[in-house]
Design a protein around this ligand. Structure first.
Ligand code: TXA
Ligand code: MG
Length: 322
């Protein structure tokens, strides 16, 4: 088992020495390594069983550290960083030579963000290096929103787990490529598209592709519980067929009597629902049910990202032929 630490200085030493440190951000827990160290980055791919074609996000302590790393920023990139960092927005920039290609899976571009979590920024600052960090889960599985999810999923593959309690947003950052004339959203996430549009005008939302993904986190089969998950709309199937089902409700528990029920937001708030999504799915996954039924959230604000993750979780399961 990895050591449970609240020592930022020790964790920073581990990063500098080429080790892996799982740390909380406002979105999900990240699995961090020194982004300047190709061997350390390689350990991330190994620990997650992550395919080498799926590039990592580099994390910085301060927005001011980005121009120092990559030079002059395209105007919209600079505007978005200024407006939303620290925060749940990942921006695409040109990869600087100092970042080894393994971090970006060979791409000439690099994903980068400044997390809005004091301990994460203190860790990165203390390490004195940019920190490459994907979500701290095994590839394709549910993202971790609590330290115990990291320990359960990655165990001894991680040198240190910093426990900052449950994460605030609960869902990954929004990824935007703003280098061109119109920003392109590559992954829906914790920063609402409406907020992006209010800041920089119209954006294009790239639909997820399971072919040649620009952001492989947008592969169809991703963010999935182990239990098959099915999206339900409207009438909920009766559960008197002997099958133990889990039910993920958006606002109100269903009338049908399911083995395990999670309600994401009794107040009907999409932000609260996002914050609870992965935690609820982790619990339903552990509830010993045969199938999870999930209601979509309203398709607005962060609700879009909730529905994106539910759609991907459902995509991993095909219904039996009729
Ligand atoms: O909220 C988050 O973004 C969390 C926390 C830890 O910061 N991190 C996270 O990382 O979700 P990960 O690895 O699970 O997802 C990163 C996504 C991947 O889908 C990856 O393909 C995409 O970012 N990505 C990384 N570099 C990219 C690039 N140069 N161009 C396009 N997409 C990129
Ligand atoms: Mg991930």
């Amino acid at each position: 088992m990895p050591a449970e630490h609240d020592g930022i200085a020790e964790a920073a030493d581990v990063l500098r020495a080429g080790g892996l440190v799982a740390f909380p951000t406002e979105t999900v827990y990240g699995l961090g390594a020194n982004a300047l160290d190709a061997r350390a980055a390689a350990r991330i791919f190994e620990a997650k069983a992550r395919p080498s074609f799926d590039p990592l996000i580099t994390h910085l302590a301060d927005a001011a550290d980005l121009p120092a790393l990559v030079g002059v920023l395209p105007p919209t990139v600079a505007a978005l960083a200024e407006r939303f960092w620290p925060g749940p927005l990942t921006l695409i920039v040109d990869r600087p030579a100092v970042i080894p290609p393994i971090v970006t899976s060979g791409l000439d571009s690099m994903a980068v963000r400044v997390p809005d979590e004091a301990s994460a920024r203190a860790l990165i600052r203390a390490a004195g290096v940019p920190v490459a960090a994907p979500s701290a889960n095994r590839f394709g599985q549910l993202s971790p929103t609590r330290a115990e999810h990291v320990v359960r999923g990655l165990g001894a593959a991680v040198d240190v787990v910093l426990d900052g309690g449950p994460t605030r947003c609960g869902i990954e950052s929004t990824i935007v490529d703003a280098r061109g004339p119109q920003p392109v959203v590559l992954r829906l996430g914790a920063l609402a598209v409406e907020d992006l549009v209010a800041a920089v005008g119209p954006v294009t939302i790239r639909p997820g592709s399971s072919g040649q993904p620009v952001a492989p986190g947008t592969l169809a089969a991703h963010y999935a519980p182990r239990t098959p998950l099915r999206l339900v709309r409207g009438a909920v199937p009766a559960s008197d067929d002997g099958v133990r089902r889990g039910y993920l409700a958006f606002r109100a528990a269903p009338a049908a009597d399911h083995a395990a029920v999670e309600v994401l937001s009794p107040a009907g708030d999409v932000t609260e629902a996002a914050a609870r999504l992965f935690d609820a799915l982790h619990r339903l996954d552990a509830a010993g049910v045969t199938e999870i039924l999930a209601e979509p959230a309203p398709d607005e604000g962060v609700g879009r990202a909730v529905n994106d993750r539910l759609g991907r979780a459902a995509a991993t399961w095909s219904p039996p032929p009729a």
